[in-house]
Ligand binder design. Structure first.
Ligand SMILES: [Zn+2]
Length: 508
C-alpha cells in the first residue's frame, strides 16, 4: 500500500514538475512575444507621431561641408574608399586614417538630428566595418569606454570584425514615449532618443544594405536588494506592497535603462556656449588625436565619445515618469565607486544614493513615480587617481572644510569636471516635464535642470543622521560653495573648524 502511495506521489510530483516547467516555458514565450509587441508598438507610435510631418520632408544635408579646422590633409590619407562586398577578413586591407566629405565612395546615411520622422532623422551609423565604413554619419565607436575592449577582442581574434549581432528577444522590456522632446534638437544633444529602437526602426538598412546599426540604449527589468532597505522595512520607513517593495527583505522591483552617450556636436557646443570648431578641435587634441574626422569631416555632426554612460532606475509604472498629474521624486547621482560600492566613509555618496532610492520607492508607492539616474562620472569626472591624490593631500595636511575645493584645484586645475549641462537630456528623453521632489543638494544639477525648462518644486537635502562623521568636511564645504541646505551656511571661519579624521586613526 505504502509503495503504491509512493509511486502515485512520484507520478503526481513528476506531473506537477512537468506543469511547472511548461508554465515557465509558456511565461518565457509570452514575455518574448511581449518584448516584440512592445518594440513594434513603439516603432509604430513613432511613425504615427511623425506622419503629419512627412509632407515637409527636407532633403538630406549637402555632403560637402568644409572641414572646420585649418589642418591641411596629408595626401596619402585621402585614399579612395571603394564600394565593395563586405570583407570576410578581420580588417580591411588598407588603413583609412581619415575621410573627407565628397571623397569618392563616401556616402553617409541621412542624419537630420531632431527630425520627427525616424526615417527622415536617420540611424546613427558609426561602425568602420565592411560595407558600413563609407555610410557612416557618426565619429567614434559604440560602447563608450568599452570600445577599447572591443578593439582588443578583435585584435586577439576573439571577436570577428564582421560579427552580426542577433537581437532576437532583446527588445525594450517596457514601452516609452515617443515624447515631443525627442524631436527637439535643442533638448536632446547627448544621447540618441531612438537608441533603444534602432535595430528595429532601421532593419531595412541592416537587412538590405548590410549597414551595421546597434542600439545605444537598452531597457530591462530586475529585482534589487540593498541591506539598508531591508533595515528601512524593519524600522517601518518602507512598507512592503508586493509590487515595488516585494518582501520583508526590502527586495525592490525596478525597470532599468542603460544609455550610451551620442553627442550631436552643434548642440553640445551650444549648450556650453562655445563654437563647434573649438569643441571639435579640443576633442581631437585632447584624445591624443584619436578622432581625425572631428577635423576633416565637418559634414558629420555626431560623435560617440569614449566615456561612460548612465543608468536610469525607475520604480513603479514607467508611464508615470512623464505624467504631469502625479508626483515625481528624482535623484541624479554621479558615480563614486569608493562609497557607492565599497562603503568609504569620506563622503556622503552611498548614504545619499540609498536615501534617494528609498524616497523614490515611497513616491512610487504613493501612486507617483520615483527615479534615480546614475551617471558614470567618477570622482567629479576627474577619475579615481586624481581623487585619491586629493585624499592624500587632504589627509597629509589638516583636512579642513575650508580647504576642500582648493585641494582638488591644486591638483586637477578645476574643482569639478562633471559639467552638468548635458545631464538633463535624459530627463527630456524620459518625458519628465517637472520634478516635485529633487533628492539632491547640488546647485549645479539644479541650475542645469531648471535651465533646461524643467521646474523643480522642492529640494530635499540628505538628512543629517545619514551623514558619516568624516564626510562633514565634504558636505559643509559644498554647502558653503552653494549646495542647497535647509540648515545654516557656515562662515569661512566656522568652515575651517570642520575637520576630517587624520590618517593616523585609520592606519592603526
Ligand atoms: Zn563619494
Amino acid at each position: 500500500m505504502a509503495e503504491d502511495n509512493n509511486a502515485l506521489l512520484a507520478q503526481i510530483l513528476a506531473a506537477v514538475s512537468q506543469i511547472q516547467s511548461d508554465n515557465k516555458a509558456l511565461a518565457a514565450s509570452v514575455d518574448a512575444i511581449n518584448g516584440r509587441v512592445n518594440a513594434l508598438a513603439d516603432v509604430k507610435k513613432l511613425k504615427d507621431a511623425a506622419r503629419p510631418d512627412t509632407a515637409r520632408v527636407s532633403a538630406p544635408p549637402a555632403a560637402a561641408a568644409a572641414p572646420l579646422a585649418d589642418l591641411s590633409p596629408a595626401a596619402e590619407t585621402s585614399a579612395e574608399i571603394k564600394e565593395e562586398e563586405p570583407s570576410k577578413r578581420p580588417t580591411t586591407s588598407r588603413i583609412i586614417l581619415t575621410t573627407y566629405p565628397g571623397q569618392s565612395g563616401i556616402d553617409p546615411i541621412i542624419m537630420n538630428w531632431g527630425h520627427k520622422d525616424p526615417m527622415q532623422r536617420g540611424p546613427v551609423v558609426v561602425s568602420r566595418a565592411g560595407s558600413t565604413v563609407r555610410r557612416r554619419n557618426a565619429i567614434g565607436a559604440h560602447g563608450g569606454s568599452y570600445s577599447i575592449y572591443h578593439a582588443l577582442a578583435v585584435a586577439i581574434n576573439e571577436l570577428k570584425v564582421d560579427h552580426k549581432p542577433d537581437y532576437t528577444n532583446t527588445e525594450p522590456a517596457a514601452p516609452l514615449g515617443p515624447f515631443p522632446q525627442w524631436s527637439d534638437p535643442k533638448k536632446i544633444v547627448a544621447m540618441d532618443p531612438l537608441g533603444h529602437l534602432a535595430p528595429w526602426l532601421y532593419k531595412d538598412y541592416i537587412g538590405k544594405e548590410d549597414v551595421e546599426i546597434r542600439p545605444t540604449i537598452a531597457i530591462t527589468k530586475a529585482h534589487m536588494k540593498l541591506p539598508e532597505l531591508e533595515q528601512s522595512v524593519r524600522e517601518g520607513r518602507l512598507k512592503v506592497d508586493g509590487k515595488i517593495c516585494l518582501n520583508e527583505s526590502g527586495e525592490l522591483a525596478v525597470t532599468k535603462f542603460a544609455v550610451e552617450p551620442v553627442w550631436y556636436l552643434p548642440g553640445v557646443a551650444e549648450r556650453f556656449g562655445i563654437d563647434e570648431g573649438t569643441l571639435r578641435r579640443s576633442l581631437f587634441e585632447n584624445t591624443g588625436g584619436s578622432f581625425p574626422e572631428l577635423i576633416t569631416r565637418g559634414d558629420i555632426k555626431l560623435f560617440l565619445p569614449p566615456i561612460g554612460g548612465l543608468t536610469v532606475y525607475c520604480f513603479g509604472d514607467v508611464a508615470k515618469m512623464s505624467d504631469p498629474n502625479v508626483k515625481l521624486a528624482l535623484r541624479v547621482h554621479d558615480e563614486c565607486n569608493g562609497s557607492d560600492v565599497f562603503g568609504s566613509d569620506i563622503c556622503t555618496c552611498r548614504p545619499y544614493l540609498i536615501f534617494g532610492i528609498e524616497e523614490a520607492v515611497k513616491e512610487a508607492q504613493k501612486g507617483g513615480s520615483g527615479v534615480v539616474v546614475y551617471f558614470r562620472k567618477e570622482g567629479r569626472a576627474l577619475g579615481e587617481v586624481t581623487k585619491y591624490l586629493v585624499y592624500n593631500a587632504r589627509k597629509r595636511g589638516v583636512d579642513k572644510a575650508s580647504d576642500y575645493f582648493m585641494r582638488t584645484e591644486n591638483i586637477a586645475g578645476v574643482k569639478d569636471m562633471r559639467f552638468q549641462a548635458l545631464m538633463p537630456d535624459v530627463l527630456h528623453w524620459l518625458g519628465i516635464t517637472k520634478i516635485d521632489r529633487m533628492l539632491s543638494m547640488s546647485n549645479m544639477k539644479h541650475d542645469a535642470i531648471v535651465g533646461q525648462g524643467i521646474p523643480i518644486h522642492e529640494r530635499i537635502p540628505i538628512p543629517d543622521e545619514l551623514i558619516p562623521a568624516d564626510s562633514r568636511v565634504e558636505i559643509d564645504a559644498k554647502i558653503h560653495a552653494g549646495y542647497f541646505t535647509t540648515g545654516k551656511v557656515m562662515t569661512m571661519e566656522e568652515l575651517s573648524a570642520v575637520q576630517g579624521r587624520a590618517w593616523d586613526d585609520v592606519d592603526h
